[in-house]
Write a new protein. Structure first.
Length: 367
């Protein structure tokens, strides 16, 4: 695995828009304010040509222009790292115009983004054997006051913090809009992590009902648990992952085989998928062999499926049905993805997960 150099003090942050740019509000104002803060911290900034464009369908510009920008700014030596302007809808369409061979030969640099940016963060790992950061996009850094997760992301980019802790509360409904571009997260929900262990112990009532011996819920544990598991982090937004599956960009089997001795620690979250879509996506990834050599799973809160039921199942049952055969730890409702805050993770790194009751840490190593 190739690991980039960390962002130095007074280094140059590059910005690209392979998905949405920051052309509209509240993202334009948020990005502008974030730039002011980065400059105050002593960083130089280098903006790609598509950062404020709105000429594409579901992305900032035409696919060939987005692909060219991404390749150029990743390979050029005038910036030290790249942060994506935003997520979006059709970043997959730029992939034919991204020169992954050139990128794999270039000096590696950190690329950070999430959601639609899975098309880059995931493929950097599986195609280029290069680590990336699944973390917040540029406009989020305009928040006032900044949430600790944003400071965590910057400290990760700078190599100052490689162990992340889960956050106490999360946002179900955002107050951010055109009139309030800097508004902080609306942290109304208490974080309650859920787990199921290889021996069947769980604090998820719906899974305990299904998995308990003779239906008596013997596997259900309400007391606080302490356990650890580890592996090489790989994952992203499920919507994008399943879209890549089976295409010429799907080199997951070779990647998991190469790192099978480490075990693959999957981190997965969903944006637009409902519970049945999540279940179908998990079925597809499982039957494609993606989960071979897995050592555990970190599942984020699904944006649509959180707290709802479809056909008598909840989001725990939707995701877990295809995972139970692997007999590995599964940690759910983790701070990853579209219901913030999100914990920045290095895709491709080795990680150890430590769970103590309702608290958990992710300690990453560059090996």
């Amino acid at each position: 695995m190739r690991y980039p150099k960390f962002l130095p003090d007074n280094g140059t942050i590059g910005f690209v828009a392979p998905s949405f740019g920051c052309a509209s509000q509240p993202y334009r104002s948020g990005f502008a304010h974030a730039q002011e803060k980065w400059k105050q911290e002593g960083f130089e900034l280098e903006l790609g040509p598509n950062c404020y464009e709105e000429q594409g369908v579901g992305i900032s510009n035409q696919p060939e222009k987005c692909g060219a920008e991404l390749t150029e700014y990743y390979c050029k030596e005038t910036n030290d790292c790249l942060i994506s302007c935003g997520g979006g809808e059709l970043m997959c369409e730029i992939l034919d115009y991204v020169d992954f061979e050139k990128i794999s030969k270039a000096t590696p640099k950190w690329y950070m983004g999430f959601s639609d940016n899975t098309n880059m963060t995931f493929l950097l790992a599986t195609l280029c054997d290069t680590a990336s950061i699944y973390g917040p996009c540029a406009a989020s850094f305009g928040m006032e006051p900044p949430h600790p997760s944003l400071r965590d992301a910057m400290e990760l980019l700078q190599g100052k913090k490689l162990t992340m802790q889960g956050y106490d509360r999360w946002e179900k409904e955002s107050f951010k809009d055109e009139e309030n571009p800097y508004v902080p997260y609306n942290l109304t929900e208490q974080t309650k992590i859920k787990y199921i262990l290889p021996d069947g112990r769980t604090n998820i009532a719906s899974l305990a009902t299904e998995e308990g011996k003779s239906g008596d819920k013997q596997s259900y544990e309400e007391k606080a648990m302490s356990f650890t598991f580890s592996g090489r982090l790989l994952g992203g937004c499920m919507d994008c992952l399943v879209n890549l599956l089976g295409t010429k960009y799907d080199k997951v089997e070779a990647f998991t085989e190469k790192y099978k001795e480490d075990g693959i620690l999957w981190f997965i979250e969903a944006c637009d998928l409902n519970l049945m879509s999540i279940r179908r996506a998990m079925w597809q990834m499982e039957h494609a062999g993606w989960f071979r050599h897995c050592s555990g799973f970190l599942l984020g809160r699904p944006r649509i499926g959180m707290g709802v039921e479809e056909f008598g199942i909840d989001h725990y049952q939707a995701a877990y049905e295809m995972l139970k055969t692997y007999q590995v730890p599964v940690l759910m409702d983790v701070d990853i993805g579209h219901l913030p805050p999100m914990m920045p993770l290095i895709c491709g790194s080795m990680a150890q997960i430590q769970v103590e009751g309702n608290a958990y840490t992710v300690s990453m190593e560059l090996r």
